[in-house]
Design a protein around this ligand. Sequence first.
Ligand code: GLN
Length: 537
Amino acid sequence: MKTKYIFLTGGVLSSVGKGVMAAALGRLLKERGYKVAIQKLDPYINVDPGTMSPYQHGEVYVLDDGAETDLDLGHYERFIDTSLNQVCNVTTGQVYEEVITKERRGDYLGGTIQVIPHITNEIKRRIGLVSKTTGAEIVLVEVGGTVGDIESLPFLEALRQMHNDAGHENCFYIHVTWLPHIGATGELKTKPTQHSVRELRSIGISPNMIVARSDYPVAEELRDKIALFCDVEKRAVIPLVTADTVYEIPVTLEEISVGELVMEYLGLQGRQKPNWQPWKEMLTKMRQDKTEVKIALVGKYVELHDAYMSVREALQHAGIEVGVDVTIKWVHSSDLEKTDTLDVLETVDGILVPGGFGERGTEGKIAAIQYARENRIPYLGLCLGMQLMVVEFARKILQDDRVNSTEFNRQTAHPVIDLMPDQRDITDMGGTMRLGLYPCKLQPGTIAAKAYGTDFVQERHRHRFELNNAYRDTLEEAGMRFSGLSPDNRLVEIAEFSDHPFMLGTQFHPEFLSRPYRAHPLFVAFIEAVQNYAEKK
Ligand code: GLN
């Protein structure tokens, strides 16, 4: 079978859920027995989001192969439950880097290098790599940003050319737009959608489907109007009202026959009947009345919840599995550095410190960790959250407040967290951390080993610093257990306390491997401890 392509563009506004739409549609097709992969084309010039501030970009999502990618890849993996690879996130930076490298090498000797065809060819080559490297039969390609942006033009031109290259019968174009609501008249407006489709047509792309996102129910007349003005079949005008959970979307799309429609357009037959049973059970469990548990998420970017997207999802998955309603209390780490501010932690049933970089707020995170340790509140530390758990404990046992990570104080008297040896000569910041899947063996009888129920796991990483092995014995004698180690014993992957109900930190990021109805074992163990703590309280 020739590879089938589904292209998703956005209109009117960004952040209307194009990524979730792609992810959900991917699931619909996977449910019909097809091998699916999803790619994101990001028009910015950075090579990857790894060096961008989470304030600009939200979370950096890490794949098995170590690619640092857009957070939409997290939605994709969570929905289609397939591990994607580095070709699934393309940026303008990568495309130009490749073309310019070839030009310098002399590959185009004699030629003038231009956006069309050189840049667009490189974009198309990268779109082609998805099926080649993943074996996907259907490839969904989402273009970041909104039609009308200058930066996305080469990507849209490449998508237009794909229509001929891949064959008209193998391409399906979806435009995801937003219907604004006018409060004074209580109306939804289609005009921006019409304009956006016109803009898309002027580039040469005629959408086969329009997904009209809105916060309010969309009346039939509006669907008629969009169909008429945008020249799309009415049944292909899909109103998509904001749901209370993104996990509702695949089921909604299935109910309004979006899967059938896309299959019909692409000339595909379903190979199996979709089985939404497990997915629906998950939704039912999610909506059941459950006891609420409160987790303080102590971070430096908490104003922007997207910065902790996968952590938030992983907590939710674990809550569904354990049968509790997890509410996140977003705590700004810098706030905890002021006096008398720790009382915000009094009402919570668990504390989580996620990954992070840079000194700002670290002392606040350490204060939260100390509070968790002394008050025996369940604690989960992810990456930096594990490193600071070690710093906090070492300060106590060495009775020295100068203990630190060399990330925050190069000259510290006690560098309990230090740069990994192979990081010392690295000067480039982009893509040079210890990234992606690495193995970890678990020590029998520990909390970690019990949670996983196995003695060997592979988890995704993104860090430069590590626990300094010179302090291992001291920490161990004082009660810290190293329950996860790299197979050569050189690197501490998991640390936990034996005399605390649940205080555990991981050097890796378990949140990236949590799936809607396959919650991550460590998150489940944490939420179970949180539930116990809440009950006793
Ligand atoms: N900044 C720390 C390091 O580089 C932690 C990284 C993280 O939390 N992802 O090791």
